[in-house]
Design a protein around this ligand. Structure first.
Ligand SMILES: Cc1cc2nc3c(=O)[nH]c(=O)nc-3n(C[C@H](O)[C@H](O)[C@H](O)COP(=O)(O)OP(=O)(O)OC[C@H]3O[C@@H](n4cnc5c(N)ncnc54)[C@H](O)[C@@H]3O)c2cc1C
Ligand code: FES
Length: 634
């Protein structure tokens, strides 16, 4: 496994390394958990010595070369071992004998092998687009044709290990000079609209806005557009799935500057001038982008409520399982179980079956009777969605009313203890099932960090663990010229995101370009999907009972290694909000910045009867950035 475009995390897992670092105080082994860049459990050092998330770091970036090119052979091995298993890797650009350390504390190395199949990377095959090859310390280089899609406009690909050359994606009209690592990049030209997130919501909004004549910057932290549902197979430029048109439309539009592998870390409204300023991070380099308006489409995060053994390598989110199977087409594990609650479990189970890896079990915590009782009105209001969920389950429905009680193992997951648990909390007969991966998902929650930075009004979910951005009938937030679309306004899936994207674009075109106001049909469609999101939220709430039954020693905060017992003590000592718990325990102060533990802390507070729990997501920077980079901006 470890095919072209694979991430370092995938390469390590494929080499039988479920973990590549230990935690600071507990010395616990950790590997990937969320698989999509939220949790920071998978940290490694990249070849430039910067901390990187292994689940986002392409092997190509470590060994050099383009991740679009066909594979050569390299090895991932612990640094103290002479030999590791060979695996195909991107673009064969690691020359024989070269070694690139990829682990913090040097636990992993990528080794170029002397093998007849190792080929130099096909860096510059002829095709339509224009790229530049230039020295890393030069702003401009020679333009020459490059492989279609080999480097997106504005993207940079290093050529060769320790290379001083980079391949810079450009199109003819909009070359964006990029700084070498460690230098601040030149600011972007101002955009009419900055769209944050290239999932279905952001893609739709960006394309419609650009069709309407506006200049758009579309930013996404992933290397490829599509968001969670439109994740594309690694190492291909092929477009697959229902989002193909939307991706193609946005990526080829002359008025959309796509910025892949770029995260928005901060967003602020400019006081004395019209518009907004965003702080963007690309490969460790910070740069600024000015814009007249913003569309927030950052999607959702998964929630996993803690249980004994949940920090073991091999226990991951269901979304991580899905991300691996979608990107690689297969899995680095042989026996995978799925558990938690909600339709995402069905989607992941279906993806596993399709890839020839049917799950060992799929456990839905909610009892069938409960789901039918609460869900019937929803299914009647949204029959297409009901049928879609039924089709996903097909002949393999989950076991309803079952849960994972414990993940078992010392250095890594070996088994899970599962049992039926009735709505009153009575536990039935326990079974132990051997596994090497367990994908858990209890719920999705909107990713509201950037909206909170701007001061957008929000509302809490009924179970009090999530915050969603409040929008009006045309997707406008409480901050003028900031619209929000997709999961950020309430988790409702792909169709909701697209309907809201269309409406937000129409509304902004009215405001910025004098178009007529959005047609009533667009408003009705978006309203209908927002109701669906409300229904879904009621259908799969996170139950409070986990908080009562989970032992004190189980970690609530994975980064700062804060046990649940400390959270309980903080609440007993008078903390009534998530921020108060944070102040007393350090929950949410680690690199994930509350992405994982915020819902856990909020749920513990809700279980103790506190109504207004607040959140841990509002902070000046939405993701950790290097201090020297911030200093360069000053
Ligand atoms: C792990 C996971 C798996 C899912 N799988 C499915 C599935 O199989 N089927 C299904 O119907 N639904 C799935 N969903 C639900 C999914 O959220 C919706 O179906 C749909 O993709 C929502 O579209 P969206 O545009 O709102 O957000 P998304 O598709 O989530 O797109 C949001 C995009 O914003 C980007 N982003 C976020 N913050 C930043 C930032 N600060 N800077 C730059 N970029 C940023 C992300 O990288 C992402 O690409 C999944 C959700 C998750 C979290
Ligand atoms: S596993 Fe990489 S950030 Fe979560």
């Amino acid at each position: 496994m470890g095919g072209t475009g694979s991430t370092v995390a995938v390469a390590a897992l494929a080499d039988g390394l479920p973990s590549w670092r230990v935690t600071r105080s507990g010395g616990e082994p950790r590997g990937i958990f969320c698989g999509i860049g939220h949790c920071h459990d998978c940290l490694v050092l990249d070849p430039d010595g910067r901390t990187a998330r292994a689940c986002l770091l392409p092997t190509a970036a470590v060994i050099g070369g383009s991740d679009q090119a066909p594979g050569g052979v390299c090895q991932v091995r612990p640094a103290d071992r002479e030999e590791g298993d060979s695996l195909p890797c991107a673009a064969g650009a690691a020359p024989s004998g070269s070694t690139t350390r990829i682990g913090p504390r040097s636990s992993l190395a990528l080794v170029g092998r002397d093998d007849s199949r190792v080929r130099p990377a096909p860096v510059i095959p002829a095709s339509a687009e224009v790229c530049q090859v230039r020295s890393a310390d030069r702003e401009e280089g020679d333009s020459l044709p490059c492989a279609a899609g080999a480097a997106h406009s504005g993207s940079t690909t290093r050529i060769g290990p320790r290379s001083s050359l980079t391949l810079v994606g450009r199109d003819d009209s909009r070359v964006r000079p990029r700084a070498a690592a460690g230098q601040s990049a030149a600011p972007h030209p101002p955009a009419d609209v900055l769209v944050i997130g290239a999932g279905p919501g952001g893609l739709t909004a960006a394309a419609d806005l650009a069709d309407g004549g506006l200049e758009i910057v579309l930013v996404d932290r992933y290397a490829r557009a599509g968001g969670q549902i439109g994740r594309q197979p690694a190492g291909t430029a092929a477009r697959t799935g229902g989002l193909a048109d939307a991706i193609g439309r946005a990526e080829t539009h002359p008025r959309i500057a796509v910025q892949p592998a770029t995260a928005v870390v901060a967003l602020r409204r400019l006081d004395h001038r019209a518009g907004f300023e965003a702080l963007l991070e690309t490969a460790g380099t910070l740069h600024l982008c000015r814009t007249r308006a913003v569309v927030l489409a950052p999607g959702a995060r998964e929630v996993v409520m803690p249980f004994p053994g949940w920090t073991l390598p091999g226990v991951v989110t269901a979304g991580a399982v899905q991300a691996l199977v979608k990107a690689e087409g297969r899995l680095p594990w042989t026996r995978v179980g799925l558990a938690g609650s909600g339709p995402l479990l069905l989607a992941v189970a279906a993806a596993l079956r399709q890839a020839g890896h049917p799950p060992a079990f799929t456990l839905e915590a909610r009892a069938l009777r409960d789901l039918v009782g609460t869900g019937l009105p929803t299914a009647l209001r949204h029959p297409a969605k009901g049928l879609q969920f039924a089709a996903l389950a097909g002949p393999h429905p989950p076991r309803f009313g079952w849960r994972v009680l414990e993940a078992v193992g010392s250095d890594r997951l070996r088994a899970a203890v599962i049992a039926p648990v009735d709505p009153d909390g009575r536990v039935g007969r326990r079974r132990t099932v051997g596994l090497d991966a367990l994908g858990i998902s209890h719920r999705l929650v909107p990713d509201v960090g950037l909206a909170l930075q701007l001061g957008c009004d929000t509302r809490s979910s009924a179970d009090r663990i999530a915050t969603a951005v409040v929008v009006d009938e045309v997707q406008a937030t409480s901050v003028p010229l900031v619209h929000a679309v997709g999961e950020i306004t309430g988790v409702g899936g792909d169709e909701k995101a697209r309907a809201e994207g269309r409406l937000a674009a129409a509304a902004l075109l009215t405001q910025l370009a004098g178009h007529r106001s959005p047609p009533a049909a667009l408003r009705r469609a978006a309203t209908r999907w927002r109701r669906f999101a409300d229904d879904l939220e009621r259908l799969h709430p996170v139950d409070d009972d986990w908080a009562a039954t989970t032992p004190d020693a189980v970690l609530a905060c994975r980064c700062e290694e804060v046990p649940l017992g400390e959270v309980r003590r903080a609440i007993a000592d008078g903390a009534t909000t998530a921020r108060a718990v944070k102040g007393l325990t350090r929950c949410g102060m680690g690199p994930c910045q509350g992405a994982v533990c915020s819902p856990i802390v909020r749920s513990a507070l809700a279980a103790a009867g506190h109504a207004d729990t607040g959140d841990l997501e509002s902070r000046p920077l939405a993701a950790p950035v290097a201090a020297d980079q911030l200093a360069r901006l000053a």
